[in-house]
Structure formats: structure tokens, C-alpha cells
Design a protein around this ligand. Structure first.
Ligand code: ZN
Length: 184
């Protein structure tokens, strides 16, 4: 049973299976065909060693170049990374948060446009996501929204309806981007 388990373990491992098949194939070649495979391997490894251990003559400048090559390649790779990483990416794409209408907003861009789905507001006190609701449906504050934190109780009024919030905030981001980044 132990042997069966051993065979199963060996068979499920690619490396072990490869080595076993190699050894068995070697034995078959050795015994059945009469090839002295072990001697061939011994000679081959010795030849390989002799090949790599041979002395060569080298001009000093080639040696210096070979020693400096890794540094050169490293510098080249770093340069290429710097070059291809976001080529010509506008500075204003780094503008992804601001306090707008009294509330800190966060967003990201899809292409060069503010992604509507990415837009959210956090409570300035406890960083909980803010909720929005219409403030006063029939009273004097009708048409305004309340931004509120259901964690700490922070409240802030926005002077437009909840369904206009996303549109107004993105419009404001657009305006602020022009002021901060695109004015000459
Ligand atoms: Zn809060």
C-alpha cells in the first residue's frame, strides 16, 4: 500500500514523473539496446565542463564593457519605464478630490472625463459615506437637498434637488479644473 501511495505521489508531480521516466528510459536503453547511456552522460558532462572552463583571451576594454553592461541595461530599462508610463498624461488627472458645496467629494476619470459612477462624498468628520435626501418636500426649503452622515450626524444643505447633485458636482469639478489647471 505504501508503495502504491509512493507511486501515486510521484506520478502526480511533474518533475518527479519526468525524472522517473528519464531513469526508466535510460535503463531500457542500457539493458535492452546495449547503449552505455551512463558513460555517454559522463563524457557529455565532462565535455561541457571543459568547454565552459576553457581560458580565453580578452581585450581589457571588452571586459570593462561587459562589467558596465548591466548598469547600462538597468538605466535603459528605467528610462523606458519613465518614458512609457502615462505619456503626456495631463496634470489635472491627478485632481481627484475637493470640497464642493461644503462636502468633500472624491472621483476618478474614465479617459479624460469624470466617471459618474466613481463620484462619492465622505463625511468631513468621520469619513463615512454621506447620504442625500430631499430636505423639505413641501416647506420653505423645498428644492434643496440634505447631505447627512448616518454615523456622526453631520449635516449640510445643498441648494438643489437630490437628482441634480451628480450633475452639479461634475459641472463644478469641470469649472474648478479649469481654474486650477487649465488657466494660462
Ligand atoms: Zn460623519
Amino acid at each position: 500500500m505504501a508503495f502504491k501511495k509512493f507511486v501515486k505521489t510521484v506520478y502526480s508531480n511533474n518533475w518527479a514523473r519526468g525524472i522517473c521516466i528519464g531513469v526508466i528510459a535510460g535503463l531500457i536503453l542500457d539493458l535492452v539496446i546495449g547503449l552505455d547511456i551512463w558513460n555517454i552522460l559522463k563524457i557529455a558532462s565532462k565535455e561541457t565542463y571543459i568547454f565552459f572552463a576553457q581560458n580565453i583571451e580578452l581585450q581589457l576594454w571588452i571586459l570593462i564593457v561587459l562589467c558596465l553592461l548591466p548598469f547600462g541595461i538597468t538605466v535603459l530599462i528605467l528610462f523606458l519605464i519613465a518614458f512609457f508610463e502615462n505619456p503626456n498624461e495631463p496634470e489635472w488627472l491627478k485632481y481627484t478630490t475637493d470640497t464642493i458645496f461644503g462636502v468633500p467629494w472624491y472621483w476618478s476619470y474614465r479617459g479624460h472625463v469624470v466617471s459618474e459612477n466613481s463620484l462619492y462624498a465622505l463625511c468631513p468628520h468621520c469619513f463615512n459615506r454621506l447620504e442625500f435626501k430631499e430636505k423639505d418636500i413641501f416647506g420653505p426649503a423645498a428644492g434643496t437637498s440634505l447631505a447627512y452622515c448616518d454615523n456622526c450626524g453631520f449635516k449640510n444643505t445643498l441648494e438643489f434637488m437630490p437628482n441634480k447633485i451628480q450633475y452639479r458636482v461634475i459641472k463644478e469639478i469641470d469649472r474648478l479644473t479649469r481654474i486650477k489647471y487649465l488657466q494660462e
